[in-house]
Write a protein that binds this ligand. Structure first.
Ligand code: F6P
Ligand code: MN
Length: 305
């Protein structure tokens, strides 16, 4: 399949081709209205799976395992790293992100990251990632990713079936938009309550930040890439949310890598997401990704306490 894109990284084109092919397979299932039913299984993080989660995981594994450059495949839907070959690159995936929102028609997608020389969970840290981004299964099939330091947007023409993948040369746009689920606000840390309250303060003629939440990280991140803002999934003082909800390896790091390549920033509240050590494949992390100034302000609120 021609994807009209050549990676600046050596022997990486087959991996992109595998990722794009699997994304096409998954998108075709969605277009037929299939896969959107709860399966009877759950994944390593305890999330109930829908059929599409399993279909997508298999689609990516099938194509990636045919490339001799792929060493390991890591997936939200697989308990352990799966060895494919002795090749140089390993791929970590959230095969379907936002699947619960897909049930009611909000675009879901797939998140991917590509690492070099990874042999254990600890090697999948942000200092080792070479490429990362996400597909969106929306009105059309789209992809946003950073290949090394270069950022691209791709779109498949639904009529001709051809991909157009073009660089995004502009720096990250800026907008006063925050994507966060306010459900846990009463059990957030005080510094976060203060930051969000101040950001949305509309009293005395102040201009509040806008709030948007798709409950589909790929859709919220697509808005971030195209319009700017801040994406947040914080920790909460509530059982099961002590480190937030999102997973460090295959959600936070690939997204942070892309936004950093655009000139944005990321943090878990204290430390850049790309500098965090990885202890476990499926570990969760509080996530703040977006505009540099907003990340700095947020960290300052946390420091102040
Ligand atoms: O993969 C986890 C995920 O579905 C993300 O896509 C999304 O940002 C988040 O969970 C939504 O969480 P919540 O259901 O708490 O709004
Ligand atoms: Mn996800």
């Amino acid at each position: 399949m021609a994807i009209g894109f050549k990676s600046q990284l050596e022997n990486m084109d087959g991996i992109y081709s595998a990722l794009f092919t699997a994304a096409e397979t998954i998108y075709a299932v969605l277009q037929k209205g299939e896969g959107l039913k709860f399966a009877t299984s759950s994944n390593e993080s305890g999330d109930d799976q829908i059929e599409l989660d399993v279909i997508a995981d298999n689609a990516f594994y099938d194509t990636l395992s045919q490339d001799p450059n792929v060493r390991y495949v890591v997936s939200e839907e697989r308990p352990d790293m799966n060895k494919v070959s002795d090749g140089p690159y390993s791929v970590a995936l959230d095969p379907i992100d936002g699947s619960k929102s897909a049930l009611i028609g909000i675009p879901c997608g797939a998140i991917f990251g590509i690492w070099k020389d990874a042999d254990s969970a600890a090697d999948f840290h942000g200092g080792n990632i070479l490429a990362g981004g996400f597909f969106v299964f929306g009105m059309t099939l789209e992809v946003y990713f950073a290949d090394g330091g270069k950022v691209y947007k791709g779109q498949k023409d639904p009529l001709t079936g051809t991909w157009t993948v073009l660089p995004i040369a502009d720096p990250m746009p800026s907008a006063d938009i925050i994507a966060i689920n306010g459900q846990m606000q009463k059990v957030w840390d005080k510094w976060l309550q203060d930051y969000i309250n101040d950001a949305v303060d509309a009293t005395d003629g102040k201009k509040p930040h806008n709030m948007r939440w798709f409950a589909s990280m790929v859709s919220d991140m697509k808005r971030m890439v195209l319009q700017g803002g801040l994406f947040a999934y914080p920790s909460a003082n509530f059982k099961g949310y002590e480190s937030g909800k999102l997973r460090l390896v295959y959600e936070a790091i690939p997204m942070a890598f892309l936004i950093h390549a655009m000139g944005g920033s990321s943090t878990n509240g204290d430390t850049c997401i790309l500098d965090l050590p990885v202890e476990k494949l499926h570990q969760k992390v509080p996530v703040f990704i977006g505009d540099k100034a907003k990340i700095e302000a947020l960290e300052a609120y946390k420091k102040k306490g």
